[in-house]
Design a protein around this ligand. Structure first.
Ligand code: AMP
Length: 215
């Protein structure tokens, strides 16, 4: 299984990717997570990416392509992968296509999770992530039983640095201008599948697995 998850920030790509990795046993590759790790570790790459990420813009294609090429070379991707938050530009999509052709591992599909703008805003402003296990909660729609504490592992919940209104607005605009055109990119190649990302997480997951199983 080699898939790209497409969708605006807040569409549920990360949540659904976590369910997909359990079902299909392939790794989730999130460029956002890899970049946040680099920022937290204070590497040169992290230092270069930090301010752009905080403002809600896109890190340069060169940096992101370097990270992804290195990640796809790791042996755990032999049976496939779920790309979450990559590609985000036409340049990245073309580079990915070339790279996967070279590896003889073309994508099965790009799965678009569609969610209306006002719901995205609510999800993003309320989003909380466990810093220990990555489980996600939402202050408005899926609060944890105890404030600030992960239901799953007891870890501390954090609000992402770029989940403030100004950065969120920028991220949504960046998605519309830079990433939304990839829907056509994959449609033209006969690789696009779509699901509505509204409702219960498990229902959306059901729609996703049905769409993937249709081949
Ligand atoms: P995410 O966790 O996917 O929402 O990504 C958080 C931030 O990391 C984004 O707002 C961008 O600044 C940066 N980022 C993640 N993936 C990419 C990518 N494929 N291309 C450029 N910037 C990225």
């Amino acid at each position: 299984m080699r898939i790209v998850l497409l969708g605006a920030p807040g569409s549920g790509k990360g949540t659904q990717a976590k369910l997909l990795i359990e079902k299909y046993g392939v790794p989730q590759i999130s460029t956002g997570d890899l970049l946040r790790e680099a920022v937290a570790a204070g590497t040169e790459l992290g230092q270069q990416a930090k301010s752009v990420m905080e403002s809600g813009g896109l890190v340069s294609d060169d940096l992101v392509l370097g990270i992804i090429e290195e990640r796809l070379a790791r042996p755990d991707t032999a049976d496939g992968f779920i790309l979450d938050g990559f590609p985000r530009t036409q340049v990245q999509a073309e580079a990915l296509e070339t790279l996967l052709e070279r590896l003889g591992q073309p994508l099965d599909c790009a799965l678009l999770i569609e969610v209306d703008f006002d719901i995205l805003m609510q999800r993003l402003t309320g989003r909380l992530t466990c810093e220990a296990c990555g489980q996600m909660f939402n202050r408005f729609t899926a609060p944890p039983a105890m404030e600030g504490v992960c239901d799953k592992c007891g870890g501390t919940l954090r609000h992402r640095a770029d989940d403030n209104e100004e950065a969120i607005g920028n991220r949504l605009r960046t998605y519309e201008t830079q990433t939304a055109p990839l829907v056509d990119f994959y449609r033209e190649r006969g690789k696009l599948k779509r699901v509505k990302g509204i409702g219960e997480v498990s229902q959306i997951f059901g729609q996703i697995t049905r769409a993937l199983d249709q081949g």
